[in-house]
Design a protein around this ligand. Sequence first.
Ligand SMILES: C[S@@+](CC[C@H](N)C(=O)[O-])C[C@H]1O[C@@H](n2cnc3c(N)ncnc32)[C@H](O)[C@@H]1O
Length: 378
Amino acid sequence: MQAAAEILDRIAAGTPAEQALLGWSRGARFAGSKDRAAVRDHVFDVLRRWRSTAALGGGETGRARMLGLLRQQEIDPDTLFTGARHAPEELDADERSAGEAPDGAVALDLPDWLSPLFESSLGSEAAVAAEALRHRAPVFLRVNILRTSRDAAQAALGEEDIVTRPYPLADTALEVLEGARRVARSRAFSEGLVELQDAASQAVVEALPLGPGMRVLDYCAGGGGKALAMAARLAGPVDAHDANTARMSDLPARAARAGAKIRREDKPRGPYDLVLCDVPCTGSGSWRRAPEGKWRLTPEGLDRLRATQAEILREVAPLVSPGGTLAYATCSVLAPENGEQVDAFLSEHVGWSETLRRQFLPRDGGDGFFLSCLTRTD
Ligand SMILES: C[S@@+](CC[C@H](N)C(=O)[O-])C[C@H]1O[C@@H](n2cnc3c(N)ncnc32)[C@H](O)[C@@H]1O
């Protein structure tokens, strides 16, 4: 609790969360791996609930936010704020009486400027989506169908005491119920039977019109999560491109582990039957996993992202073969980067039609994702 409070103060002063955690962890020789995991969990729990914990804790300090978090969790703070050893100092009378129940955007843990955008983008789903983003995300695995089946992967994980269940959002998805922290060191993982990947991210790839022999490009491949998922479904090669090639540095090793064929393309020429653009976005659909983004985003930042998204769509359109598909995806729930972006593209480009539009919401279980398939008709 005390460590988390100090780290939160550093984050409030502008240090990125991962850097603040690392700085603490280097100096905290007393902390074992379970302590470190617990501190990290506390910090991220508060980051998801930055405003409501401050309201309930009666202040903007890390200590007040931790107090607010305990009150939300209905844990008596006096049992933990004891002043013993590494524990936080005992509460004083002011701290005991401070704090009030949050409402409106504070209760939903949204910045004021974003609250109307959630409303206009999601209508009656806005509050449900914001609420979902205040909770920890489940850990999902993608079963690599190039190497195994979902049942066999589940059994292999079970042998290493990693308990999973099939998750309905995607045919390849498993939700980890026990042993999540051991997945990355497991044999099933190192042998390429499973990858860590959000269930909605998998569902996006499942919704793509992929078929044998198709020429496929992942234009914003990043770490390659979707390129690998596409290669597994195709059982054939996928070209991977990213403006920041360093982001793809782990991709060859991941592809080798998965038995997938990924070819790096620095200057893709096309034509392709399918080009996936998993564009840079606010990440508003995945703020459960990366909650800092919610508080660091500004209206100007959103405008810059929108400009990049539009530019990528314009760049990529000529690479798609006649009859082929441009698949536009974001991990966002905000209309200006989703439907509005696609509508703007369609109004500027003749000879294209939208053949699929889907908004995955956090209430569906995975992250919030948007997918639009645009087919070139000329
Ligand atoms: C949302 S991430 C991709 C995540 C990846 N598809 C996955 O599933 O793991 C967006 C990526 O777009 C890349 N990017 C940004 N601007 C770009 C541009 N103009 N052209 C191509 N890629 C770009 C970024 O470097 C980033 O890796």
